[in-house]
Ligand binder design. Structure first.
Ligand code: KIV
Length: 272
């Protein structure tokens, strides 16, 4: 098992499956703009997810439901421009694939054509099988997403851990199999018991990427603003903070304001 920055030059869906085969963990983060995508890609991230969490962290909405396909394409196109190595996966937003496989295909094709993305992600199992299959037939790689699926938050009514009861756990195991059998290249599991996530990762051949799903899966994903300490109000148990950018940025901006007000900035060497 290798640790640290992978030597792979360009990450493909095939590479991810090989990483699972040799027990090399997959590191995935979200990104929504060119500048951050360039930094994360340069640091060696394997997969960048243009998540519909952009609805929360970029647009300030309470849920992921309001973001549109056009807005997702805008974010995705910016991310793709900043990336040399990572695989760029883009969420198909709420209302653009669930009820109608023809619309699902149209949405996936727009994301691939207009943003230059490498793959798409959808939330759900058996109930969206037809949409997943239609997208896959067109040659677009699909990542699944089960467990806590934020596009269904009004059905769940709460952001608590999913699949703790036997019936929901059994459905999740079934849906994971459906996703594998359809031909999806990977699966995200969000906020489910670690033991169940382990069982899923062991029972399917495609990589399983967890968020709040414990360590026994094939990789991890976090929302970039959360792990860098930009968002302050969101502190679930599964989140590890790797920086306190909120304080760093606040401090820098306060010093800038002070320098402008006191006419310390710009100084002699900073003018023409
Ligand atoms: O939209 C998103 O950021 C996601 C991750 C939480 C997996 O779907």
């Amino acid at each position: 098992m290798s640790v640290g920055k992978s030597q792979i030059k360009k990450i493909t869906t095939h590479q991810l499956r090989e990483m699972k085969g040799r027990s090399e963990k997959i590191a995935m983060l979200t990104a929504y703009d060119y500048s951050m995508a360039k930094i994360l890609d340069g640091a060696g991230i394997d997969v960048l997810l243009v998540g519909d969490s952009a609805s929360n962290v970029m647009a300030g909405h309470e849920t992921t439901l309001p973001i549109t396909l056009d807005q997702m394409i805008y974010h995705a196109a910016s991310v793709v421009k900043g990336v040399d190595r990572a695989l760029v996966v883009v969420d198909i937003p709420f209302g653009s694939y669930q009820g109608n496989s023809e619309e699902a295909l149209r949405s996936a094709i727009r994301i691939m054509k207009e943003a230059g993305a490498h793959a798409v992600k959808v939330e759900g199992g058996e109930e969206i099988k037809e949409s997943i299959e239609r997208i896959l037939i067109a040659g677009v790689p699909v990542m699944g997403h089960l467990g806590l699926t934020p596009q269904s938050i009004f059905k769940f009514g709460t952001y608590t851990v999913r699949a703790k009861e036997e019936a929901e756990a059994a459905k999740l195991l079934h849906d994971a199999k459906v996703i594998e059998e359809c031909g999806c290249f990977a699966l995200v599991l969000e906020k489910i018991p670690a033991e169940l996530a382990k069982q899923v990762a062991e029972s399917i051949s495609i990589p399983v990427i967890g968020i709040g799903a414990g360590p026994d899966v094939d990789g991890q994903v976090l929302v970039m603003q959360d792990m860098l300490g930009i968002t302050q109000e969101f502190k679930p148990r599964f989140l590890r903070s790797y920086a306190d950018l909120n304080s760093t940025i606040t401090d820098a901006v306060e010093r800038y304001i002070q320098d402008v007000k006191s006419v310390d900035f710009p100084n002699e060497s900073e003018k023409y």
